[in-house]
Design a protein. Structure first.
Ligand SMILES: *Cc1c(COP(=O)(O)O)cnc(C)c1O
Length: 393
C-alpha cells in the first residue's frame, strides 16, 4: 500500500506502529530493553525476532523502526538502519563490507570526516584506497581494479558542488563486482536518484535536511534487505552506532514536513542563483542547476532540482570575503547546512581549514569561497541580505 502513495502521503503515514492506545502522533519508546512473558519467549526471540519484536535498543527500537521504515519508503529502498550520526552511517557502511587487503576507490572531494575515515582509518587496517577526481570517468575507469571491493563517493561534493555521474560510475564499479556506497547529503532524500542509478548503499546525515531544524544528530544507511540485515545490521548492532529513540522521534516527525521544506528551500536557492549569476563582485556561482555551473547538463539530467545549497566565490581576498560575511544580517555564520535558518560557511577557514594549501587549490576552496545554505525565510529578504552584503565589501 505505502509504496503506491505519492511522496507527501508516504512521509506522513508510512512506517506507523500504533500502540494499544491508538495515539495520533507516533510514540517515543524511550526504553533500552523489552520484557518477555516467559523464559521460553526470551529464548525464541533471541533465536529469531519477529517484525514486531525487539530485544535491546542498540539492535532496534519501535520508534527507531518507524523512522527507518518511513525513510526507506521515501528512498524506495527495501530496508534501512538508523545511526547516531551521519558519520556513524558512513563508518558502518565502509567497515561492514571491508576487510584487510581490500581495495577501495573514492572521489577526492569529500566531507572532512569522510576523508579521515578513508585516508587515515582504513589504511591502518590494511585497506588500500585510491582517490580520483570524481568528475573524470577516465580516472574511475583506470583506478577500479578486479580486486576493488567498494567505491565511495559523495554524489554532490562539499563545498564546491561537483557532480558525479552516478550511473556511469556504478556501471564501471559493477563490472568488477564492487559495491557502490553513496553519501547523498547534498542531493537530499527528496531529489535522490541514487538507487535508480545503481548505487548499492545510500547514506545520509539526517542531521541535515531530515531534521532541518538544528536539533539532533542522526544518520541512516539504506539498501537491499539482504545488505542491510545481513551486512550492515550485524556490524552496527554490535559496534554501538544506533540512533537514540528520542532522536528517531524528532527525525520521524521531521519527515512529515521534509518535502515541503526542501522544495521551499530549493526554490529560494534557485531564485538566489539567478539573482547572483553575473554579479560583478563574484567570480563563480556554483549551483547544480545554475547556468554557470560547469556540469549543469549533468546536473539537470540527473537531478530533478538543484537542491538547497549554492557556492559563491567572492572576487577578492579573505579580508574582503570576511567583510561580506560579517555584513549579513539574516544569514547566520555556522558550519551546518540545510537548516530552516539560512547559513553561510567559509570552508577555507573552518570545515576545510586542516587541508594543505595545494589540496585547497585542487578542490577549488579559495579564500573567497562561501557556502550558502538557503533556509525557510522569505526569499526576497534572503536575496536582499546577500546583495546588500556584497555591496558592503
Ligand atoms: C554532515 C555530513 C556528514 C556527517 O554527518 P554528521 O551527522 O555530522 O555525522 C557526512 N557527509 C556529508 C556529505 C555531510 O554533509
Amino acid at each position: 500500500m505505502a509504496n503506491d502513495w505519492k511522496t507527501r502521503t508516504k512521509l506522513v503515514h508510512s512506517g506507523v506502529r500504533r500502540s494499544q492506545y491508538g495515539e495520533v502522533s507516533e510514540a517515543i519508546f524511550l526504553t533500552q530493553g523489552f520484557v518477555y512473558e516467559t523464559a521460553e519467549d526470551a529464548e525464541a526471540r533471541f533465536l529469531e525476532a519477529g517484525d514486531d519484536e525487539f530485544i535491546y535498543a542498540r539492535y532496534g527500537n519501535p520508534t527507531v523502526r518507524m523512522f527507518e521504515e518511513r525513510i526507506a519508503t521515501l528512498e524506495g529502498a527495501e530496508d534501512a538502519f538508523a545511526t547516531a550520526s551521519g558519520m556513524a552511517a558512513v563508518n558502518a557502511a565502509l567497515m561492514s563490507v571491508l576487510s584487510a587487503g581490500d581495495h577501495v576507490v573514492s572521489s577526492r572531494a569529500l566531507f572532512g570526516s569522510c576523508l579521515f575515515i578513508l585516508e587515515d582509518v582504513l589504511g591502518r587496517f590494511g585497506v588500500e584506497v585510491t582517490f580520483v577526481d570524481g568528475r573524470d570517468l577516465d580516472e574511475w575507469e583506470k583506478a577500479i581494479r578486479p580486486d576493488t571491493k567498494a567505491v565511495f563517493l559523495e554524489s554532490i561534493s562539499n563545498p564546491t558542488l561537483e557532480i558525479i555521474d552516478l550511473k556511469a560510475v556504478c556501471d564501471i564499479a559493477h563490472k568488477v563486482g564492487a559495491l557502490v556506497i553513496c553519501d547523498n547529503a547534498f542531493a537530499t532524500p527528496i531529489y535522490s536518484y541514487a538507487l535508480e542509478c545503481g548505487v548499492d548503499l545510500v547514506v545520509y546525515s539526517t542531521t541535515k535536511h531530515v531534521d532541518g531544524q538544528g536539533r539532533c544528530l542522526g544518520g541512516v544507511v539504506l539498501g537491499s534487505k539482504e545488505l542491510i540485515r545481513k551486512t550492515i545490521e550485524p556490524y552496527l548492532k554490535h559496534s554501538g552506532g544506533a540512533m537514540s529513540p528520542f532522536n528517531a522521534w524528532v527525525m520521524l516527525k521531521s519527515l512529515e514536513t521534509l518535502d515541503l521544506r526542501v522544495r521551499a528551500q530549493t526554490a529560494t536557492a534557485a531564485a538566489m542563483t539567478q539573482a547572483l549569476e553575473g554579479h560583478p563582485k563574484l567570480k563563480r556561482v556554483l549551483y547544480p542547476h545554475g547556468k554557470t555551473h560547469p556540469q549543469v547538463a549533468l546536473g539537470k539530467s540527473q537531478m530533478e532540482e538543484g537542491g538547497t545549497v549554492i557556492a559563491i566565490d567572492i572576487d577578492g581576498d579573505k579580508a574582503a570575503c570576511f567583510r561580506f560575511i560579517n555584513a549579513l544580517k539574516i544569514f547566520i555564520i555556522s558550519n551546518n547546512f540545510a537548516d530552516a535558518k539560512s547559513i553561510v560557511t567559509h570552508p577555507a577557514t573552518t570545515t576545510h581549514q586542516r587541508l594543505p594549501d595545494d589540496q585547497k587549490v585542487e578542490l577549488g576552496i579559495t579564500p573567497g569561497l562561501v557556502r550558502v545554505s538557503c533556509g525557510l525565510e522569505d526569499p526576497d529578504d534572503l536575496i536582499g541580505d546577500i546583495l546588500g552584503a556584497l555591496d558592503a565589501i
